[in-house]
Design a protein around this ligand. Structure first.
Ligand SMILES: Cc1cc2nc3c(=O)[nH]c(=O)nc-3n(C[C@H](O)[C@H](O)[C@H](O)COP(=O)(O)OP(=O)(O)OC[C@H]3O[C@@H](n4cnc5c(N)ncnc54)[C@H](O)[C@@H]3O)c2cc1C
Length: 378
């Protein structure tokens, strides 16, 4: 590859890198995105494709999720990415969980959400064990896309509509504007944004070391389901309310945590909570679990999957659907932040989503980073 010149080079073609490419291309910048993999393979295609608003931490994260949801809606339409589900039904199986939902509904973040009695949940869709529920909360904000198809389509859209150059199979060994050293030669770029996902070792490891990063491994499954009610939105339950900061930071969450620690100790030890989303063929993507390590092992014990399926069986009626696919994913994690933007120089930014929120917040984060590099939109 002979030397080529761009306004902005982005390392990483996950959702974080592609979101930066979109924000810069919308300002007329000549953008190149480089990724070591021949096809999308990181966290961005292993997730639920669930653009979650309700449940995100109050403040910046929640606002970024709302903004990102709007960008997803625009881009999905323009790029031909199907929106497969909308909204979120958070189920309270216990009275303590209902108390969390009531507190949430009374907050600013709950403004457009609706508390539901179990009988009213039957009207949303069939197949739930509503007789066992204390209540629920319906949020209208969320979107669900099929990530393994949406991410390649987003990349193709950036290339075709915005003239973004995407160079796959290209490892970036050094990123210091105005030059990048890659496995396919040098690239010239006035500015660089590094979006490395959970690779903290290749580029600027000394900068990233300051953030005390680790990795989180998650178990995911696809279930065959011939009769899933297409009216149902994505579903979560009690265990999610002690993981999602928008709920878990509410005072009422303390009593829920106490009860869950007695009743679902194993689930909590494995970071298990339930998210269920539907795909175009009717199958369900179901997860997940959370295990932290600098280098997560590659093993996926079925006992962890069984914990996820236990919770599924307490939320949905009928026989357990067949598991047709299993995979794991990893993402970057930090104890004290949901994301980081590091600025080693005026023309270089390192952006890492250090939580399971990248699908939900990257578009907004990218707009902020691009505004920081090039100034606010006129
Ligand atoms: C199982 C699972 C479920 C999740 N569920 C949700 C959810 O429901 N909602 C939500 O909002 N978020 C969710 N997340 C989190 C979300 O998927 C991540 O936050 C997001 O995908 C991170 O995007 P990224 O672009 O930073 O990383 P990645 O998608 O991992 O992309 C990073 C890319 O950088 C490339 N790269 C790194 N270094 C180099 C280099 N030196 N040279 C070339 N290429 C390089 C890699 O090859 C990779 O393609 C989930 C994550 C997982 C794993």
């Amino acid at each position: 590859m002979s030397e080529r010149s761009f306004d902005l080079a982005i390392v990483g073609a996950g959702i974080c890198g592609l979101a930066h490419a979109l924000a810069a291309a919308r300002r007329g910048k000549r953008v190149v995105v480089l990724d070591r993999d021949a096809q999308a393979n990181g966290a961005s295609i292993r997730n639920f494709g669930f653009i979650t608003v309700t449940g995100q931490e109050e403040g910046e994260c929640w606002s970024r999720a709302l903004r990102s949801r709007d960008v997803w809606a625009e881009v999905a339409e323009a790029a031909g990415i199907p929106i497969l589900q909308r909204g979120l039904l958070t189920i309270a199986r216990r009275s303590e969980a209902l108390a969390v939902l009531e507190e949430f509904a009374a907050s600013e973040m709950g403004r457009d959400c609706r508390l539901l009695a179990p009988a009213a949940m039957d009207a949303i869709g069939d197949g739930l064990r509503t007789r066992d529920f204390a209540g629920g909360l319906h949020s209208p904000h969320e979107l669900r896309v099929e990530s393994r198809e949406a991410i390649p389509r987003l990349a193709a859209f950036l290339k075709e509509r915005h003239g973004v150059t995407i160079l796959r199979g290209t490892v970036v060994h050094a990123a210091a504007p105005p030059a990048l050293t890659t496995s396919r030669g040098k690239i010239a770029a006035e500015a660089v944004v590094v979006c490395p996902g959970d690779d903290f070792a290749t580029l600027h490891p000394e900068r990233l070391a300051a953030y005390g990063l680790t990795r989180c491994k998650l178990h995911m499954m696809r279930l065959r389901h011939d009769g899933f009610d297409t009216r149902l939105p994505p579903v979560m339950s009690d265990l999610g309310m002690i993981r999602y900061l928008g709920y878990s930071k509410l005072p009422a969450a303390a009593a829920l945590r106490e009860r869950l620690e007695i009743e679902q100790r194993e689930h909590i030890a494995n970071g298990v909570h339930l998210i269920v989303v539907r795909s175009a063929d009717g199958s369900l993507v179901v997860g997940d679990s959370h295990h932290y390590a600098a280098t997560p092992d590659p093993f996926a014990p079925t006992a962890v999957d069984d914990l996820i399926l236990d919770e599924f069986a307490l939320v949905f009626d009928g026989p357990a659907p067949e598991v047709v696919e299993r995979w794991t994913g990893t993402y970057a994690s930090a104890k004290d932040r949901l994301m980081l933007v590091d600025a080693p120089s005026d023309a270089l930014r390192i952006v890492v989503i250090t939580s399971g929120t990248g699908a939900s917040t990257s578009f907004a984060i990218a707009e902020e980073v691009i505004a920081d590099l090039y100034g606010p939109v006129a």
